[in-house]
Design a protein around this ligand. Structure first.
Ligand SMILES: [Zn+2]
Length: 68
């Protein structure tokens, strides 16, 4: 992808908006693809290529983009 978000001076991705439809809720053993309706962390893809967890507001947590 050529459309990478900006990076802060200390190396963090500035994007906080998850890519729609990439949000996933994961709860421990649920990595096998089962739907789990108990509380778990939510993750979503970022345009930078990472998949950070989400805050309560649905924004991406601060994360560093992958190194090339
Ligand atoms: Zn990012």
């Amino acid at each position: 992808m050529s459309d990478k978000p900006a990076i802060t001076a200390d190396g963090y991705c500035t994007n906080t908006k998850p890519i729609p439809s990439t949000t996933r809720q994961i709860n421990g053993h649920a990595l096998g693809g089962k739907l789990v309706k108990m509380h778990g962390r939510r993750y979503a893809h970022c345009p930078c290529g990472r998949r950070p967890s989400l805050t309560d507001r649905g924004n991406l947590h601060r994360h560093k983009p992958p190194k090339e």
